[in-house]
Write a protein that binds this ligand. Structure first.
Ligand SMILES: Cc1cc2nc3c(=O)[nH]c(=O)nc-3n(C[C@H](O)[C@H](O)[C@H](O)COP(=O)(O)OP(=O)(O)OC[C@H]3O[C@@H](n4cnc5c(N)ncnc54)[C@H](O)[C@@H]3O)c2cc1C
Length: 407
């Protein structure tokens, strides 16, 4: 396997050591587990105990990789922002599904940190930051069965004044809210999470929404297993169903308004996803490069054919472009008081589309071998394809980005 040689940017030693540690973990632990789960060793486990996915998550938590997005003062890894990008890229190289599961796990904590109330930080951030055996797993539940894209169209009329009734609704009752309804079966970690950051519509207004932090052991919450899927099959997903669930008002995040909060969270989530999927694109390019040196056709290795050389170089350039854009965006958004959503959308949509194109080119280079089930390249092809829909369909995110630049 080719190992990646980055331009010499004079990175701090801490970045080089996280890269080599994370790359080793991605190669030895994440990728073999992701391949096994993808082939059906276990589909969608609802428990981290005794499952292959559980073992990988425990090992990832043991290394603190669930804390990539958590600031050092709240127990994070203390990496410079460029080190966060390097870590996420390596995780995406090992497995997009598991890398993004780790990112999703930390999103509730990032929202609570932005809210800033010490009692919520003690309840939801501290135990997560201290956890090392994946017994604290978060999820971010935005989508509903009848609300997919419209929840990602920040700034649009559809987002501000939804025409279809929200499917997760809270009504105030004394010091509590009573929550009813459900979130879509696509929620990452939905089957295994211990707590959720949920967007909820507040009755009686159709338009007022709020984020709630909710432990998923709260009475009245159940889960529904996601059905099989094409890509990132190692990622656990499931629906959350709420039946007369009573939560204290304190679990509702205050924030600067729902739209601002969604914009902030999406900016972090999209920047992170661009970094993860850049690693997946690199994995596809490296697979193709290695294959081109091994496969003989027409009396020579296929890398000796000019068409193949040109194709490989194009893939290399595309991975470099993904890295440059995703890294600049993540570094800015990690350090900025208010991250830039439009830049994050640009990075997410560009990197996911490009990753799929790189994987598609790699499939072409593998010829018929690429279509063999159990071949890594066909998995990367499926994993990158779903990334163009995951966390907002790219064309819909493009509309949201257009709203921002036209504001
Ligand atoms: C692997 C994976 C992980 C996910 N993880 C999570 C998670 O952790 N939490 C969560 O809440 N959700 C999650 N999702 C759900 C994801 O956010 C949605 O799938 C995504 O937002 C698209 O919504 P949809 O699938 O309902 O598609 P739809 O909204 O039905 O859209 C289908 C197509 O219709 C078109 N379209 C729809 N609306 C518009 C519009 N207004 N303008 C123009 N075109 C439009 C677009 O072309 C779009 O591609 C995940 C999904 C996947 C696949």
């Amino acid at each position: 396997m080719e190992t990646y040689r980055e331009l010499n940017l004079g990175l701090p030693a801490q970045c080089e050591s996280i890269r080599s540690e994370a790359h080793h973990f991605a190669m030895e632990v994440m990728r073999p587990a992701a391949m096994a789960i993808d082939r059906g060793a276990e589909a969608y486990p609802f428990s981290v105990a005794d499952s292959r996915l559980g073992q990988v998550l425990k090992a990832s938590y043991g290394l603190g990789y669930h804390l990539a997005l958590i600031p050092e003062r709240h127990g994070g890894l203390g990496l410079p922002s460029i080190g966060v990008h390097i870590l996420l890229e390596e995780l995406g190289w090992g497995s997009a599904g598991i890398g993004l599961s780790l990112v999703a796990s930390s999103l509730p904590a990032t929202a609570v940190i932005a809210d800033g109330r010490p009692e919520l930080i003690a309840q939801f951030v501290k135990p997560f930051a201290e956890n090392r055996d994946a017994s604290w797993i978060g999820c971010w539940a935005l989508s509903e069965p009848r609300h997919g894209s419209d929840h990602f169209l920040v700034g649009s009329e559809e987002f501000r004044y939804p025409t279809t009734r929200a499917q997760l609704v809270a009504r105030a009752d004394g010091n509590e809210y009573v929550i009813e309804g459900q979130k879509a079966s696509w929620v990452t970690n939905g089957g295994i999470a211990t707590h959720a950051l949920c967007s909820v519509a507040i009755e009686p207004s159709k338009a007022a929404h709020c984020f709630f932090l909710i432990p998923l052991t709260t009475p009245g919450i159940s889960r529904e297993e996601a059905s099989g899927k094409l890509g990132q099959r190692e990622m656990n997903q499931g629906a959350l169903v709420f039946d007369n669930v009573r939560v204290p008002r304190a679990w509702a995040l205050k924030g600067e308004g729902f739209e601002q909060e969604v914009a902030r969270l999406l900016a972090i989530a999209h920047s992170s996803m661009a970094a993860v999927i850049c690693g997946t694109a690199r994995a596809a390019y490296e697979e193709a490069l290695t294959h081109s040196k091994r496969r003989w056709q027409g009396g020579k290795r296929i890398c000796e054919h000019q068409l193949v050389q040109e194709r490989l170089f194009k893939m290399f350039s595309e991975v470099e472009a993904c890295r440059a854009l995703s890294r600049a965006t993540l570094v800015h958004n990690w350090e900025a008081a208010m991250p830039s959503l439009e830049n994050a959308i640009a990075a997410k949509t560009y990197c996911t589309r490009t990753a799929f194109e790189v994987a598609d080119q790699a499939m072409q280079l593998f010829g018929a071998d690429g279509f063999t089930p159990g071949n890594l390249i066909e998995k990367l092809f499926r994993d990158t394809r779903v990334s163009t829909i995951q966390q907002g369909a790219n064309e819909v995110l493009g509309l949201a980005g257009a709203h921002r630049i036209l504001e």
